[in-house]
Design a binder for this molecule. Sequence first.
Ligand SMILES: [Cu+2]
Length: 157
Amino acid sequence: MTFQRRFLDGIFGRRDFGLAQRAAEPLSLARRALALCLVAALGLGAGALDAAAHSRLVKSDPAARAVLSAAPKEVRLWFNEAIEPAFAKIWIIPAEGPQIPLANHRDDADPRLLVATLPDNLPKGPVAIGYRVLSVDGHVVESTLTFTVQTTTQNPT
Ligand SMILES: [Cu+2]
């Protein structure tokens, strides 16, 4: 584990883990996460076995790129394996300003489901959600998803 960490740090540098916090490009983030896992797999010589143990998002509600007529009350993230909420983080990435952390909890009926409560004053337009979970194999998986809350054109005038 220590060797693995040092190996990764040597290649990517520690600062890279903080990059996600200011990155606005989900694609490059996803690529980076994939690269991390591949490098880790090579470093371990475990190949497919290690990649198979890596947490990944399989479904979400709202779905990525969904366009909604009303602001949702929560974000639900389903993973391919059980997630430990204590080591999970979900946050809103505003167009400007600091991240807004969201309280999250695991669904009692499904250990693979993480639920984050959204604020009531969620602005209309695109909403970017960041999430970070700890895989069973010890790798941190971080990515984003974006959905859009439609601007209503109802004007009571
Ligand atoms: Cu992994």
